[in-house]
Design a protein around this ligand. Structure first.
Ligand SMILES: Nc1ncnc2c1ncn2[C@@H]1O[C@H](COP(=O)(O)OP(=O)(O)O)[C@@H](O)[C@H]1O
Ligand SMILES: [Mg+2]
Length: 703
């Protein structure tokens, strides 16, 4: 039997034979692990290492050292999985964890940093238990970075070190750079992390083994909710734009509140469309000290914690801050609001402050009803103390129990409280029991312009948003305020002044991590077939026809079903139904989706597209030369890409578009030089030079 000594089990990393169907060490079904199961994914990597390990390992006897390491590693594993991460492996005394490996979540980078902070705290705790060992205090140091890696079965593949993403190496280098107790993050993390964490800029560094310099930041601390909130409201946020009608609808609800029935309003719209902003503007308007406002948010990473948003609201009502006060204190407050302690225990169980088994004297089947009644009692009594708003944000991530409780509170008149309920959520969730739904749509061009102007105001005179900048941002972000804001601030942070930017369109090649994470998480919410179709469409272009797509996709029979799913999920839109013309809703999202395709799959996809274009075009192909050149180049077919590059270049040259022709000639020359010393193209090169020379001569007469 042929034995390939390089092959390792992707799960336990032990050596296996090529022909093994199951890993002989851990039983992992290797046969399932075919090439096509490999996945290129956006992950956040945490590389956490122990400081002074060698000193400690010398000082301790091997048994004690083993126990200590077990204690540290199991503490780290617990923290990482509690934050939704996956331990990738242990390397010596370091632990490597991935966030987003199985399923991308919107808050992966935040959870990764939080987990690191927590690991540091836990290890500090263990360390103070132990005291110093041989003069060394146990501490961790951590590096965190994000980017694409190749994954198989949820683990980065050891088999292909070249495709193994550099984010892991970068995280490891950052951890090398970190002093004991420090957490360092890479440049790509910055836009994401700065909103939630206090960061210190450590300047530009060249990490070992990397060619380029990169900016490094130290995580100082996590900002409190209040600070995040006020930062958003007063610091970075653009001036509030549009949405006057929507504010009016909310204002009416306020007037309607006289009734005992209360009002329930939902605000619906895609991610980043401005739901939270509308809520906070409304809140600012109400800010008259006569309204009590309780607000909770649901999280994708905690969508299975029962009653999470309601518990948060209850905590606020009972005046509990970040830390839970003792139960007696809470009970006193509960009694002062409801007049009795009868229901108090149900509340503490729902809030996770007490274990249900220790208090359960009732039948578990009745338990839920009691909890519902308790929340109703509490919310109702609070509503009667004065004007009250309960706001639950991002309801699409709510746990099942909360959804049922909400239905219980809002369906019919019996359980309604005299308050305003505001619920924000994305498309797809239907809440038949709300009184009004406010649908938020995209900004128009004028509003996008206002937004850019407001974001760049006061920066520098050269950064006023000129027309072409606006067009460019609008073409990438569409009318989604989140995308517009992220792209504009990204450009500002890069110090790219607009005039430079407009002359070199290729400059915005990187997508901010904030946008990347959001789109990746949305992509993972699709089922496999629809996701694949979206990736295939992303290789075509921003607009594409159903006909062409049909010739390219791997599952043509399911095309319409998957297209419907993508339309419903808001990734694509119909441009012209009769012609079967579709487009990506946001160009920036298309770029992220395209980047998520494995290189190998991308190559064959472009080959399929090029072949389909050629086969489908009867007669005149002139207009397709550029497109064909592009797809053949991406497919790695140098012959064909050269053929079409030159055809396109000649065509542009003849029609006087010399700059375009020159670019095509140059890229053809580069393609040839990339082949083995240009072999096989000896006759093509002079042709190219000739073309370049005659274009250049006219563009710059002196040369
Ligand atoms: N009407 C608006 N005017 C100015 N900025 C806005 C507006 N709506 C949204 N934004 C900005 O766009 C970003 C995304 O908005 P957000 O309310 O967080 O979206 P959502 O809650 O729908 O996901 C925020 O930074 C917000 O400040
Ligand atoms: Mg929001």
């Amino acid at each position: 039997m042929a034995s390939n000594t390089d092959k390792r089990c992707p799960v336990c990393l032990m050596k296996v034979d090529t022909e093994d169907r199951f890993c002989r060490h851990c039983g992992y079904p290797l046969w399932k692990d075919r090439e096509e199961d490999a996945d290129q994914r956006l992950v956040t990597v945490v590389f956490s290492d122990m400081s002074g390990y060698s000193t400690i390992s010398e000082a301790l006897d091997p048994g004690d050292l083993g126990d200590l390491m077990d204690r540290i590693f199991s503490a780290a594993v617990e923290v990482i999985s509690a934050h939704g991460g996956l331990v990738e492996k242990f390397i010596g005394d370091a632990v490597v964890a991935l966030f987003g490996a199985r399923k991308a979540r919107e808050d992966d980078p935040i959870n990764a940093i939080r987990a690191a902070l927590r690991i540091h705290r836990v290890i500090d705790g263990i360390s103070s238990d132990l005291g110093s060992i041989a003069g060394v205090n146990l501490k961790m140091h951590t590096g965190i970075n994000a980017g694409y890696v190749l994954l198989k079965g949820g683990k980065t593949t050891e088999l292909s070190p070249k495709t193994l993403g550099s984010p892991i190496n970068q995280a490891s280098r950052l951890s090398d750079m970190a002093a004991p107790g420090e957490i360092l993050i890479g440049e790509v993390m910055y836009t994401y992390a700065r909103k939630r964490f206090v960061l210190e800029d450590l300047g530009r560094h060249r990490l070992k083994g990397f060619r380029k310099h990169t900016r490094v930041y130290r995580v100082v601390s996590e900002r409190g909710e209040e600070q995040v909130h006020s930062n958003k409201l007063h610091g970075d946020s653009p001036r509030f734009i549009g949405r006057q009608e929507e504010l009016k609808v909310l204002g009416t609800a306020y007037k309607d509140l006289i009734s005992d029935r209360g009002v329930a309003i939902s605000i619906r719209g895609e991610a980043g469309i401005g739901k939270s902003r509308l809520v906070s503007e409304y809140r600012k308007k109400l800010d008259d000290n006569s309204t009590s406002w309780y607000e909770a948010r649901c999280f994708q990473s905690h969508n299975n914690v029962p009653y999470l948003p309601f518990s948060e609201i209850a905590r606020q009502i009972l005046g509990a801050g970040a830390f839970m006060p003792g139960l007696e204190v809470l009970e006193k407050r509960f009694v002062s609001i409801t007049g009795s302690s009868l229901h108090f225990r149900y509340l503490t169980v729902a809030m996770g402050a007490e274990d249900y088994t220790t208090v359960s004297d009732a039948d578990p089947g009745l338990w839920k009803g009691k909890i519902f009644d308790t929340f109703k009692l509490l919310l109702d009594r609070v509503s009667r103390l004065g004007r009250t708003v309960f706001c639950i944000e991002d309801l699409h991530w709510a746990d099942n129990s909360s959804m049922e409780l909400l239905e219980y509170l809002l369906s019919g008149n019996d359980n309604r409280c005299p308050c305003i309920f505001i619920l924000t959520h994305r498309e797809g969730l239907i809440l038949p029991y709300v009184d009004t739904t406010i649908q938020l749509d995209e900004f128009n061009r004028g509003q996008v312009k206002d937004m850019i102007a407001s974001l760049t105001a006061g920066r520098s005179p050269s950064m006023s948003a000129d027309q072409s900048t606006l067009e460019l941002i609008y073409s990438k972000a569409g009318g989604n305020p989140f995308y517009v804001e992220e792209l504009t601030t990204y450009l500002l942070e890069k110090g790219i002044v607009y005039p430079v930017y407009t002359t070199r369109k290729g400059i915005m090649t990187k997508v901010p991590l904030t946008v990347e994470t959001l789109v990746s998480a949305r992509l993972d919410g699709l089922d496999r077939g629809a996701k694949l179709l979206l990736q295939e469409a992303s290789a075509l272009s921003s607009t594409f026809s159903r006909d062409l797509l049909l010739r390219v996709v791997s599952e043509p029979s399911k095309l319409d079903k998957h297209m419907a799913a993508l339309l419903a999920a808001g990734f694509i839109k119909v441009l012209d139904r009769a012609c079967g013309l579709y487009g990506f809703k946001h160009e920036i999202a298309r770029e992220v989706i395209y980047a998520s395709i494995l290189r190998r799959a991308r190559v064959s996809l472009h080959a399929r597209i090029a072949a389909a274009l050629e086969a489908g075009s009867e007669g005149e192909m002139q207009g397709l030369f550029d497109t064909l050149a592009y797809h053949y180049r991406q497919s790695g077919d140098t012959d064909m890409s050269l053929k079409y590059s030159l055809l396109a270049a000649e065509r542009h040259q003849k029609s006087g578009s010399l700059a375009e022709a020159l670019i095509l000639y140059s890229s053809a020359e580069r393609d040839i030089k990339k082949t083995e010393e240009g072999s096989g193209y000896e006759e093509t090169l002079p042709e190219i030079w000739e073309g370049m020379w005659s274009c250049a001569r006219i563009i710059e007469p002196d040369t």
